[in-house]
Every structure is written in C-alpha cells, then in structure tokens.
Design a protein around this ligand. Structure first.
Ligand code: GLN
Length: 537
C-alpha cells in the first residue's frame, strides 16, 4: 500500500511549496522509493487550460495530454517521472464530477453534500493516483494557503483520508513563511504559529514544518517554532532561498529531512549515495558555469515570467550543458517593430519565440522573427513561434504579403497556418492537439543532429497547423521541412539549412511541439542545447 505525504502552505502563497514537495520527492527517489505527485487546486476552473497565463502562469502539459498546473513541471523536472491526468485536480473538476453523478442518479436520492460527497470525490482521486502509479509514496500538494475558504473541502478530505489509511501511513508537512525584519534583525515565528493554529482547527496537526525565509533561520527560532507548534525539533526544517532551485533537495537532505520523513512513515530505505552524488554533481556543474549569454524571449505574457516557466528552465538546463550562464531579456512582443528590432536585439545572442494564443502582439513577433532570419541571429520558435516563422517566410521570401494564420485573420487569402480538418468547428477548452505525438525526422537537419534519432516524441498543445497547400512552394523557396507526423500528413518542424551563404542560417528552427515540457536538469532538451550552442558561437 502507498504512503501519503500531504503538503500545505501557510501565511502567504508563492512560498515554493511545489519546490519543497518536488525536492522531497527527489530525495525519496534517491532512496529507491517510487514516487507519485499530485496537486490539488482549490480554484473553480475545471482545469487551468483556459486561464490566462497572466493569472496562473504556464499551463503544463503531461504525456497523456492533461493541461495542468505549473507545479507539475517542477515535479517532473525534480523527480523525473512522467505525470498523468490523475496528477492534478481542481475544485471545478470535483464539483463537475459530483454534479454529473447527481444528474445521473448515482447518489440514489441522497442529499448531496460537501461532506461526504465532495470529500469522497477528492479522496477517490488521491487514492486513484496512488493506485495507477503503483507508487510507494504519493506526495500530494494542496494549492492555496491555510485559511482560504475554498481549500476547506480538500483539507477535510485529507484529514479523513489520514484516518482511513492510518496515521502511520500519512505525513503532514506545512510550509510557512518566517518573515525577517531587517531593522531589528529579527526572525518572526508568530505567523507560523497562527497558521498552524488554523490548520489544527480543521483537525490536522503538522508533523513537519518547513520554514521558508531568504536567510537561514537560527536554531533558537526553530526551537521556538517546535515548542509553540508542537512538533519535534528535528521536524522544523529551514528552506532558505538558494541560488539555484536544484540546490533545494541537497539543502533539505543536509537537515535530514528525508530521514525524518522515512522514520515517521516507517520506511526503512537508506539513501543511495551514488544517486544523490549524481544530483550534487549536477549542482556543482550549475555553480561552475562561466560567462553569460543573453537570449531574448519575445512573448505577450512576459510581465509574468511564470508564463514561460518550462522554457526558462529548459534554457537553464541547456546552460548547464554549455557551461555558460543564460540571461533572459524579456521582450514584450507589442514593443517590437522593424524599426525597433535593431536596438532591442543588439545585445542578444539568440531569439526564442515561445507559444501563445490570440492576435495581440503577433506583428511584433513576426518582426522579431524577420530580424533573426535576416540578421543571422539564432532563432528558436516554439509552437506559435514556429507558426510565426512560417508566416514570416511566406510573406518575405515567397512574397505572399497577406500570409497569416487563420487564428488571426479568418478571411485570410493565404492562410499558411490553418485549422486541421478534423478540428474545424470545435469550441474552446479541451479541443486541441494535446499530449505526446511521434515525429519523423529528416536526415541532414538540425532536428536529426539534435535528437540523433529518426523518430522522436514531444508534447503538443495547439489548434492550428502548417497548411499543406503551401508545402511545395515553401520547400522550393528553401524552407526545410525537417519533422513530420509518421503518416507524412502534418508538418511538425521547419528550419533553414544550417551554414554560411545564401539561404543558409546559423540556426533557425520552428517546432510545432513544446520541447520544454520534457527537458530535465540532468537531461536537457536537445534543441535548447543546440540553440544555445549556436548562440554562444
Ligand atoms: N495559438 C496557436 C495554436 O493554437 C499556437 C498555440 C501554442 O503556441 N501553444 O495553434
């Protein structure tokens, strides 16, 4: 049977609960345990798929095509296990399921209530994820902050579950902010005390308190937290701001957090020090990077950096491989024009154009792509970034001045990017090509060199595609189709021949998929590595 670790947050949101949960997952994996992760989000959207990136950051896509919370990306990157549609549950989904059952008559005339019907739905989902993953330990993070009205059914559900599976099989970790007041040089434990009190009011007593602070919290304050919150002294763990996120597992391990967790859960699994050494080695590589290159990230959601979290992390992973730091220049696509591009990109070694939806900022993206192509600056277009490169090529190389995507111009005369036939007429929400799909790679291309394989798989999240009516024209004009679906029907990647001379480019590629979702700190996404290598030249 699986054991369960529930991670809650106190005092403020955005504390790094996800990183704490993911780091603990990595440490337990280093003990040979099979880990599953799950995030329970109290908001009412059925999934984050239709939410603006400004609201909630990036939507992370799993292999099986679920659109999920960005914390799942952290779990995958730290624990290196592919997650599934059972890894993310929102209040919206819970109520949706309960109401469908009610309409179906499944409750046999009972009054449908938060307890037990909503809480049962939540518990079933937690148990289901543990069951389908076959894990030893399931780490379940509850979104939001203790005290929120909307998270109450989730807290009630985990309280009930701990009783059902036995207290010995469950562990509650509460991640709290400990403010530091610089004027008086004091660390304050009171908010943590209050937050624990709130948690206890719903019947949950934390076993471990992870105290989050920019600085290391001194022993006397941790002792105070232990005394006032009624947890053992070795169960108050410092979570200090680190230079790199990937240091966090080592920081937690240095305080014996994984020992404490295993002890309390009755798991006798010693650390495999070779596995942990691999992680430490990676962190050393991170610290050993020398020099810096600046990459422009051009998008419409750049005000909230979390909107591009997996791309940023993938660039970091690739920077570990090339041994140079990467600095991102955040460029709002609305600010780019043919006139401004020169000054915006003059200090950038490469331009990356990530995914996006809707018309705003499109012409700026096209201008950025045009600048990269005509000034021989490495260009990496992802999803929308690939579609932009096709539009730009059609307009400027083929001379189809009105080329566009059907997404931005319904009556477009040259829709070089268009809806896939079997997707016409579909409505927003759950209607996209989602999840992992195979892609056949053409010999002698950047794709082939990067992946070193004839067939690869990457994850998708989009509605529109390269319009096959323009395949011949584009190819004849020098755009290389370097990746296609195995049945040749869908163009997945386009590039310019690499090299020097007319029609050639240092590095220019557009991919319809999202390689950022599969990049790992110890196994960087191949195209990100090639892109940075070319940019560092
Ligand atoms: N808006 C485009 C589409 O739906 C691109 C999507 C994306 O970049 N993820 O096809």
């Amino acid at each position: 049977m699986s054991k369960f670790i529930f991670v809650t947050g106190g005092v403020v949101s955005g504390l790094g609960k996800g990183i704490t949960a993911a780091s603990l997952g990595r440490l337990l994996k280093c003990r040979g345990l099979k880990i599953a992760s799950q995030k329970l989000d109290p908001y009412m959207n059925v999934d984050p798929g239709t939410m603006s990136p400004f609201q909630h950051g990036e939507v992370f896509v799993t292999e099986d095509g679920a659109e999920t919370d960005l914390d799942l990306g952290h779990y995958e990157r730290f624990i290196d296990e592919n997650l599934t549609k059972y890894s993310n549950l929102t209040s919206g989904r819970v109520y949706w399921n309960v109401l469908n059952k009610e309409r179906n008559g499944d409750y046999l005339g009972q009054t449908v209530q938060i307890i037990p019907h909503v809480t049962n739905e939540i518990k079933d989902f937690i148990l289901k994820n543990a069951e389908v993953s076959g894990c030893d330990v399931s780490i379940v993070e509850i979104g939001g902050t203790i005290g929120d009205i909307e998270s109450q059914p989730f807290l009630e559900a985990i309280r009930q579950l701990s009783l059902e599976v036995g207290r010995r099989n469950c562990l509650f970790i509460h991640v709290c902010l400990v403010p530091y007041i610089s004027g008086s040089d004091e660390f304050k434990s009171k908010p943590t005390q209050h937050s624990v009190k709130e948690l206890m009011a719903v019947g949950i007593h934390p076993d471990i308190i992870v105290a989050r602070c920019d600085k290391e919290i001194p022993a006397d304050i941790r002792k105070k937290i232990s005394l006032f919150c009624n947890v053992s002294e070795d169960c108050v763990i410092n979570n200090t701001t680190c230079k790199s996120l990937y240091e966090v597992p080592l920081m937690l391990h240095a305080q014996n957090m994984d020992d404490v967790v295993c002890r309390d859960l009755g798991l006798e699994k010693p650390t495999d020090y070779r596995a942990l050494a691999d992680w430490s080695q990676m962190v050393e590589t991170i610290h050993g990077r020398q020099g810096e290159i600046q990459i422009a990230l051009v998008g419409k959601y750049v005000k909230l950096h979390d909107s591009y979290l997996s791309i940023v992390e993938s660039l970091n992973h690739a920077s570990f491989v090339i041994g140079k730091n990467v600095k991102i220049k955040w460029v709002d696509s609305d600010s780019v024009t043919d006139e401004s591009a020169g000054s915006i990109f003059s200090d950038c070694s490469g331009i990356i154009l990530p995914g996006g939806f809707g018309q705003r900022g499109i012409e700026g993206m096209i201008a950025a792509c045009r600048y990269a192509r005509t000034h021989n600056i490495p260009y990496f277009g992802i999803c929308l970034g690939m579609q932009i490169s096709v539009i730009e090529f059609a307009r400027d190389v083929l001379g189809l001045k009105n080329a566009n995507s059907r997404e931005f111009d319904e009556l477009c005369e040259n829709p070089v990017i268009d809806l896939m036939k079997d997707q016409e007429g579909v409505i927003l929400g759950g209607t996209m090509r989602l999840g992992s799909y195979p892609c056949k790679v053409t010999d002698g291309t950047i794709m082939k060199r990067a992946y070193g394989s004839d067939l690869i798989e990457e994850r998708h999240r989009h509605r529109y595609e390269f319009n096959n009516d323009y395949r011949e024209q584009m190819s004849a004009a020098g755009l290389v189709i370097s990746g296609k679906s195995p049945d040749d029907k869908i163009v997945e990647t386009v590039e310019l021949p690499q090299g020097e001379g007319k029609g050639k480019h240092k590095f220019f590629i557009g991919v319809q998929f999202h390689p950022e979702f599969k990049s790992r700190p110890n196994n960087a996404g191949k195209l990100f590595v090639e892109f940075l290598k070319a940019s560092a030249l």
